[in-house]
Design a protein around this ligand. Structure first.
Ligand SMILES: *Cc1c(COP(=O)(O)O)cnc(C)c1O
Length: 228
């Protein structure tokens, strides 16, 4: 199947309120172009180095979501153009995002990434850690970042009920944070969850953003860039 066909198949399954981030990490510029030419404007990358390497060579109206673990010293490279940082997972990172956003006279939208998987390896905050951040004077003073929701990755497992429970947990985290800290904030409304293998479950559990790579492009090539 062509990229257009796989993209079309996925789009057809998405309800109107769910946005598709096409995850283009490790993909060649011509394949990204193919998706772009088919109307796709929202793309996701998980490595700063790779993103800044390809961004200048691709159309300017692409909205880039950063979806991987972000080191504070890399924020400055993506701050001028990134559309949404989905993987904010510490006050240190939020503080640096705020500083860089200020420098470029803009507000950077971000999601708080939560650790919802039962696996050890995934990055992300606990509810307690997020609460500490949201109550801190340091966060409250940040005027150039806007937290517009939450993000999480489920366990990599065939156990669908486990995956579903993890998505449910993220939805609950979203609801609790909304009530406690964002009641009057209309922007706080995104729940980014669901990838190639589990996006249908994620949508059933309330996802508003799905991040899909291999189901569109096929298996990824091994990344040539290692900046983490
Ligand atoms: C790679 C990646 C995806 C997409 O994964 P696929 O299984 O290829 O759809 C989604 N989210 C994050 C954070 C990723 O790193």
């Amino acid at each position: 199947m062509s990229i257009q066909e796989t993209l079309e198949n996925i789009r057809r399954k998405l309800p109107e309120h769910v946005r598709l981030v096409v995850v283009s990490k490790t993909q060649a510029a011509e394949d990204i172009r193919a998706a772009y030419d088919y109307g796709q404007r929202l793309f996701g990358e998980n490595k700063a180095q790779e993103l800044i390497g390809k961004q200048p060579f691709l159309p300017e109206d692409i909205q880039w979501h950063f979806i991987g673990h972000l080191q504070t010293n890399k924020v400055k490279f993506i701050a001028p153009f990134v559309s949404l940082i989905e993987s904010a997972d510490s006050m240190k990172l939020l503080g640096e995002m705020n500083r860089q956003a200020q420098k470029y006279n803009r507000v950077i939208d971000c999601l708080l990434q939560f650790h919802i998987a039962r696996e050890e390896t995934k990055f992300g905050l606990s509810f307690q850690e997020a609460t500490e951040i949201l109550r801190s004077a340091e966060y409250i003073a940040c005027k150039n970042i806007s937290i517009i929701g939450v993000m999480g990755m489920a366990s990599f497992t065939k156990d669908k009920s486990n995956v579903r429970q993890e998505f449910r947990d993220l939805k609950q985290i979203y609801t609790d944070l909304k009530e406690a800290y964002f009641t009057r904030n209309e922007f706080f409304r995104e729940i980014s969850m669901g990838m190639s293998g589990d996006y249908e479950i994620a949508i059933e559990e309330g996802s508003t953003i799905v991040r899909i790579g291999t189901a569109i492009f096929g298996e990824r090539r091994k990344s040539m860039i290692n900046d983490q």
